[in-house]
Design a protein around this ligand. Structure first.
Ligand SMILES: *[C@@H]1O[C@H](CO)[C@@H](O)[C@H](O)[C@H]1NC(C)=O
Ligand SMILES: *[C@@H]1O[C@H](CO)[C@@H](O)[C@H](O)[C@H]1NC(C)=O
Ligand SMILES: *[C@@H]1O[C@H](CO)[C@@H](O)[C@H](O)[C@H]1NC(C)=O
Ligand SMILES: *[C@@H]1O[C@H](CO)[C@@H](O)[C@H](O)[C@H]1NC(C)=O
Ligand SMILES: [Ca+2]
Ligand SMILES: [Ca+2]
Length: 392
């Protein structure tokens, strides 16, 4: 009886701890307050008063020509693109919206948001928090739907952080300007470096927030700061983005996440890994297709230390990926590992949306470590063989 009671109470404690933990996590990660702009303003959604008086957007502060737009709304001959639900916000020239976030000082966060261009060609968005900002170029529309999701990472300098989205544009038509929707946040952690792998987050499982219902993945624009990245461990060192994809909507070689390379050599993802000079290493990775009807051929250029090699995607008949490897001898105590797509691929159905090869499960192992793993595999095989002999 006593024993049973104590296990019951410890189960209850465990449950309470679990719930407390879940509550903490959910307070941080996910959609911002009215991050999808579907909460009605005090006077209801209305397009008639647009531009006549300042728009009140619940949970947001706005400055300048900010407008709540609706899915059936037209702009000239064009129907506005709303990334999610029925409403989104449009920022006119120099207009901005901001929201105060309660975060953990010193932690790194990634903001995911969806954005569509309207009439202007050279639209961009300046996302900022105190002490950091990035202007995200919306000129390239990566998907045929007319909108994309992007991620941007920053370090919280305080427990209270004001995040601001501003349209820095000065167009002739002041109502032209980017549409924003579905803004979410995620606190990032940097995975430990595995013992037998010099690559951090080589499986790409840690990354920005992704909505489980969004099938377009999340674009990771240029970020040259290896500390402040939405994809811990990795930098996007090119002027075009790479796409973070999930296994709900794409073929992913390992786990739930991977990276799809877009735009040929204009989309480079890389990492500096710790190495010992003059030691031999092997880079291995999975090279796959995303299952998004990407027109073949697919190939990557893989870099490891001073080695570079083009690897064509030629999987076994039933697989959506293959394993590739590249040997190199380290020249310094840090070696660069990098990937880009050899071709500019587009989807075969719309011939417009950018796509490309998928990279996952990136490992860099010292030659001796690889040998040891090989030995273990061998002894396991021998053991299994003996076992089968005995049981036969
Ligand atoms: C996905 O879900 C989010 C959050 O529930 C919602 O705001 C958004 O409109 C949805 N997006 C799409 C494309 O349906
Ligand atoms: C983006 O906005 C921030 C904050 O207002 C500003 O400091 C920064 O200069 C802007 N960047 C660009 C490129 O306009
Ligand atoms: C591929 O799958 C088909 C049907 O699922 C099966 O008949 C065939 O043997 C498989 N081929 C290989 C090489 O695994
Ligand atoms: C890479 O090195 C390993 C030994 O460390 C060797 O078995 C393998 O064949 C090499 N691969 C290539 C492509 O040279
Ligand atoms: Ca919406
Ligand atoms: Ca993965």
């Amino acid at each position: 009886m006593m024993a049973k009671d104590s296990t019951t109470s410890s189960k209850v404690i465990l449950l309470v701890l679990l719930i407390a933990h879940l509550a903490l996590v959910s307070a941080d990660d996910g959609l911002l307050l009215n991050g999808d702009f579907e909460s009605p303003p005090p006077n209801g959604f209305s397009t008639e008063t647009a531009g006549m008086e300042p728009t009140v957007i619940p949970s947001w502060t706005s400055k300048g020509n900010v407008e709540l737009v609706e899915s059936s709304q037209r702009q000239g001959a064009m129907i506005l693109v709303i990334p999610g639900g029925r409403h989104a916000v449009r920022l006119g020239n120099d207009a901005e919206i901001s929201q105060d976030l309660k975060l953990e000082k010193g932690s790194i966060y990634s903001i995911t948001f969806s954005s569509a261009r309207t009439c202007a060609q050279l639209e961009s968005l300046n996302v900022s928090v105190p002490g950091a900002s990035q202007t995200i170029d919306l000129q390239t529309v990566y998907s045929v739907h007319g909108w994309d999701s992007y991620a941007w990472a920053f370090e919280a300098e305080d427990d209270d952080v004001l995040v601001t989205f501003r349209n820095p544009g000065m167009e002739d038509d002041p109502t032209c300007g980017p549409i924003i929707d579905d803004i979410a946040i995620k606190k990032l952690f940097t995975p430990q470096k595995p013992k037998d792998n010099a690559v951090i987050n080589g499986d790409f499982e840690e990354g920005p927030w992704m909505f489980s219902n969004s099938s377009l993945g999340v674009l990771l624009p240029t970020n040259l700061d290896e500390e402040m990245t939405s994809l811990p461990g990795w930098t996007v060192e090119s002027n075009r983005a790479v796409r973070f994809v999930d296994s709900h909507h794409y073929s992913v070689p390992q786990g739930k996440r991977a990276v799809e390379l877009l735009s040929g050599k204009e989309g480079i993802v890389s990492q500096m890994v710790e190495t010992k000079p003059d030691k031999e290493y092997t880079l291995t990775f999975n090279l796959g297709e995303a299952g998004d009807q990407c027109q073949q051929p697919l190939a990557v250029m893989a870099f490891a230390g001073d080695q570079a090699q083009t690897i064509h995607y030629t999987p076994d008949s039933n697989s959506s990926f293959q394993t590739a490897s590249l040997n190199f001898t380290a020249k310094a105590d840090r070696s660069r590992v990098a990937f880009y797509s050899v071709y500019y691929n587009t989807r075969s159905d719309d011939r417009t949306s950018l796509c490309g090869p998928v990279v996952d499960n990136v490992r860099v192992r010292g030659a001796s470590a690889a040998w040891r793993v090989g030995l273990n595999g061998l002894s396991l095989t021998i053991g299994l063989g003996l076992f089968m002999l005995v049981t036969a």
